[in-house]
Design a protein around this ligand. Sequence first.
Ligand code: SAM
Ligand code: CA
Length: 247
Amino acid sequence: MATNEDQNQTESGRHQEVGHKSLLQSDALYQYILETSVFPREHEAMKELREVTAKHPWNIMTTSADEGQFLSMLLKLINAKNTMEIGVYTGYSLLATALAIPEDGKILAMDINKENYELGLPVIKKAGVDHKIDFREGPALPVLDEMIKDEKNHGSYDFIFVDADKDNYLNYHKRLIDLVKVGGVIGYDNTLWNGSVVAPPDAPLRKYVRYYRDFVLELNKALAVDPRIEICMLPVGDGITICRRIK
Ligand code: SAM
Ligand code: CA
């Protein structure tokens, strides 16, 4: 049985911050992963982009280095070539994707904010992968609606990463399920939503965490019963649900 002291020690090694980049049991364990397998192999440009992003006031939004490595591995495993990203910010996951897909690979990247993308763009250009990116400034939903109208876009995406407005994820899913090919993958990010998906109703949550929580809960329920996909919810970063279209 754990003594009080054990419990204190466990607590003291535990990260408390909302929006911390890991759901692991201790900071030390997360640090171990980063230092052993992620940072030593991180592409120079990814490291530079991480440093640029760290200086930005909204840096909490960036994809973590371990998740970037995971995305890169996944894209290579499935031989992704035609891809889409909703929610770019300064472009860390975008750069991971651009580096992982082949020379003639494509990324349709959408964000309502172009300024942040432009902050990371010089690093992406220096890495020599900007020719793969088609950036569209503005809300993603109308773009998807336009794309859906053309049959030739149906089943045309190998991989889609969704990391934007959580209150629209289900709206995105309704469209993306037609745009991704059978056997292709959609990744929904932040599906454990700072761990708040299991927080009691009276838990002291930050305003934005509380606001989006119900949308994330609703999405998770819907994905779990959707017969068109197989799913796998991974505790990487803030939780990512990998959906493989099966019909
Ligand atoms: N994937 C990014 C990275 O690796 O740094 C992080 C994306 S950040 C968590 C969420 C982004 O979604 C923000 O840059 C925000 O401007 C964008 N966003 C919010 N609402 C959007 C919408 N309706 N359409 C497209 N992008 C949106
Ligand atoms: Ca995210």
